[in-house]
Design a protein around this ligand. Structure first.
Ligand code: CA
Length: 228
């Protein structure tokens, strides 16, 4: 994982770089905003650590500029200032979290890990199969751009199928995922939810195919006929 540190305090920067490298991160360090703006536009960093008080353009303006350019890299803001304003403004311009100096390295590393985890989750938690899209965080589904209403059980089955694409999901595994709703769900009961989902997906180009003796697979249907 690659991290960019934008910090003009040479001693602090050296400590950050060393601490992050010891944790296995690949670290680049820049002492000013202008080169950092270029670097963030060119390199897909997993995270940027940005000091607000930089010579020339400050860290807030740097964040504002890269966000305006569509850079989504999570940003951890470092601020020496005590004012609440800086922190609020920092988050407003597109920072994701902040840390007030002085801080301990373990605290910084914990924030870094949390931010990277959060951004990865946010990036990967919309599952798409053809016209079907499942937002796992919001628990909402859409089909062809419109909202698709699902019961809790239907959602669970559909989520399992969408997570597995292009693999087949065993009927028993689907039954297990439903056990939080019903203690006595049998593999055969799964068929009921699959048939309800098929009805809701009808005509969308997305189908649930039965793989005999194994389970089900969700897929984009061929133009010449529905999945069976
Ligand atoms: Ca500084």
């Amino acid at each position: 994982m690659r991290v960019l540190v934008v910090e003009d305090d040479v001693t602090l920067a050296a400590g950050l770089v060393e601490g992050l490298e010891r944790e296995g991160f690949q670290v680049d360090h820049l002492g000013a905003a202008e080169p950092a703006e270029g670097a963030l536009g060119l390199t897909a960093y997993d995270l940027a650590i940005v000091d607000i008080g930089l010579p020339g353009i400050d860290g807030l303006e740097l964040i504002r500029r890269v966000r305006r350019r569509g850079v989504l890299t999570p940003v951890l803001i470092l601020t020496a200032r005590d004012g609440l304003d800086d922190r609020v403004v920092g988050l407003d311009v597109g920072g994701d979290d902040y840390l007030v100096k002085p801080f301990l390295l373990p605290e910084l590393l914990a924030r870094v890990r949390a931010l990277i985890r959060r951004s990865r989750a946010a990036a990967s938690l919309v599952l798409t199969v053809g016209a079907l899209s499942l937002d796992v965080q919001r628990h909402s589904a859409s089909l062809g751009g419109g909202e698709l209403e699902l019961t809790g059980r239907e959602w669970d089955v559909l989520e399992q199928l969408a997570l597995a694409v292009p693999r087949v999901v065993a009927k028993q595994k689907l039954a297990d995922s439903l056990s939080q709703w019903d203690k006595e769900i049998t593999p055969n009961a799964v068929e009921i939810y699959v048939s309800r989902l098929r009805a809701k997906l009808a005509g969308s180009g997305v189908g649930i195919r039965t793989v005999r003796g194994i389970g089900y697979r969700i897929e984009v249907e061929a133009a010449d006929g529905p999945a069976r």
